[in-house]
Design a protein around this ligand. Structure first.
Ligand code: XMP
Length: 489
């Protein structure tokens, strides 16, 4: 044990001193690096947790310029299929819609409409996406009370009367085809007449544009996926690479360990074209070790997360602001980006993490309550919540996440959890959360007079504050009548 004990600080312990500025929040660039080779248009990443990131969240994050890390608490095939769904996503294109066969009864279409809201159902020879399209059943093709027992094939609009185009066809071309015709649906087919996508005029009209979407060279959305030093690591890595994951995230509670270093080396040796982000760590020595192993980015955070109990159960961790600063000093020398993972409560924390040396932040709790997260909905005390759990909670570990906490071969009843299960107030769409977080970052950069994130890092001066300072920072001496969208009292 060393004699002197250094002080370590977290976000609430510091504030940024305002600087002379000639720049407005709307003028700043929040572009950043996710890994050595991969850029993002905003510095936000959704956490590799099974109550935060599956394909829906990953698509939303990438559409706004960030990225999602698909969790690994499932078998490699399931995880790879989520990655593939993000890579195949084209805004406005409905891929893999529900289909029926001509022999199905209209009542099945009625059930699909009532349960899922889909009004247009492509009809294929055998009722799967692997067979040829033979027609389309829309709401205008039947009467609910009269035709429920009729066959789909007898009521559908037949192939020859459909508006058809063939792959490859981009979004704007699809739009042009629809605008030129009087049809309201366009079916895009593959060369063998199987369905590639369904495009509807209504979706096109309400389609938002995402000019800042984070994309690969082939114009597909970026996506990352978690892996760990588990018995099936090689199989998982291969399946994720085949599904075209852009970045593999070696996601563990203790990144400064042989298993993680060997996993990074394995991926870099066998798949040198894929970038690897490795973690989690909290010390400069750990950063050196992961960078030497070949990591293209490193992830910092031991115990800051909202659902984490590592610091309480093991007594281990480093307050997140100091951990970021200490790791960033080493990483910057090697031009390797640092991702700050966990502990973000407000947009101001994101700004402090970035100014303190992080290239981007990873977020769990602030996104877990949104519509795009996979958590189940819970009703309690007259309010609506979403379930959010730590990947080191007992239930998450028994469902597959043990190896993240080095307990892969431990029987369920002997598990020592390092996380809890909780609930988060349901908040609506992730888009508004993202908007508020980016707004806070922009505001901070405006106060600093920093036009971009590297400048923000070089000009920011921090001050350490006391408990009185924190009290003064939050609203005080008034009863809050109404929560703001970025501040819940
Ligand atoms: P926030 O604060 O954004 O943190 O909710 C999300 C991050 O927390 C980490 N994580 C855990 N850490 N025990 C831990 O010690 C856990 O059970 C656990 N689950 C997630 C993870 O790094 C995530 O991104």
């Amino acid at each position: 044990m060393k004699n002197s004990i250094p002080l370590a600080l977290t976000f609430d312990d510091v504030l940024m001193v305002p600087q002379y500025s000639e720049i407005l929040p709307k003028q700043v660039s929040i572009k950043t690096l996710f890994t050595r080779n991969i850029e993002l248009n905003m510095p936000l990443i959704s956490a590799a947790m099974d109550t935060v990131t599956e394909e829906k969240m990953a698509i939303t994050m990438a559409l706004h310029g960030g990225v999602g890390v698909i969790h690994k608490n499932c078998d490699p095939d399931t995880q790879a299929s989520m990655v593939a769904k993000v890579k195949r996503f084209e805004n406005g294109f409905i891929r893999e819609p529900m289909v029926l066969s001509p022999q199905a009864k209209i009542v099945e279409a009625i059930v699909i409409k009532e349960e899922h809201g889909f009004k247009a159902i492509p009809v294929t020879e055998d009722g799967t996406l692997n067979s040829k399209v033979v027609g389309l059943l829309t709401r205008n093709d039947y009467l609910k009370n009269k035709h429920a027992d009729c066959m789909v094939g007898d009521r559908m609009t037949p192939f020859e009367d459909l508006l058809i185009a063939y792959e490859p066809l981009g979004l704007s071309e699809a739009n042009d085809v629809l605008e030129e015709s009087r049809h309201s649906k366009l079916l895009i087919l593959n060369k063998d007449d199987t369905l590639h996508a369904l495009v509807t005029r209504r979706d096109m009209e309400k389609n938002e544009n995402f000019p800042l979407a984070a994309k690969d060279n082939g114009k597909r959305l970026l996506v990352a996926a978690a892996v760990g030093p588990a018995h099936n690591m090689e199989e998982r890595v291969k399946k994720l690479v085949d599904a075209r994951a852009d970045v593999l995230v070696v996601d563990t509670a203790h990144g400064h360990s042989k298993g993680v270093i060997d996993t990074v080396k394995y991926i870099k040796k066998h798949y040198p074209e894929v970038d690897v982000l490795a973690g989690n760590i909290a010390s400069p020595q750990a950063a050196e070790a992961l960078i030497e192993a070949g990591a293209d980015g490193i992830k910092v955070g031991i115990g800051p997360g909202s659902i984490c109990t590592t610091r309480i159960i093991a007594g281990v961790g480093v307050p997140q602001f100091s951990a970021i600063q200490n790791v960033a000093k080493v990483a910057q020398k090697h031009n390797i980006p640092v991702i700050a993972d966990g502990g973000i409560k407000y947009s101001g924390d994101v700004a402090k993490a970035l100014a303190g040396g992080a290239s981007a932040v990873m977020i769990g709790s602030l996104l877990a309550g949104t519509e795009e997260s996979p958590g189940e909905i819970i009703y309690a005390e007259g309010k609506t919540y979403k379930y959010y759990r730590g990947m080191g909670s007992i239930t998450a570990m028994t469902e597959g996440g043990k190896e993240r906490y080095a307990q892969a071969n431990v029987a369920d009843e002997k598990l020592v959890p390092e996380g809890i299960e909780g609930k988060i107030l349901l908040k609506g769409k992730a888009t508004s959360e993202i908007f508020q977080l980016c707004g806070g970052i922009r505001s901070a950069m405006g106060y600093a007079g920093a036009k971009d994130i590297p400048t923000f890092q070089s000009v920011t001066e921090f001050v350490q504050i006391t408990a009185a300072g924190i009290r003064e920072s939050h609203p005080h001496d008034v009863g809050i009548l109404k929560d703001a969208p970025n501040y819940r009292g």
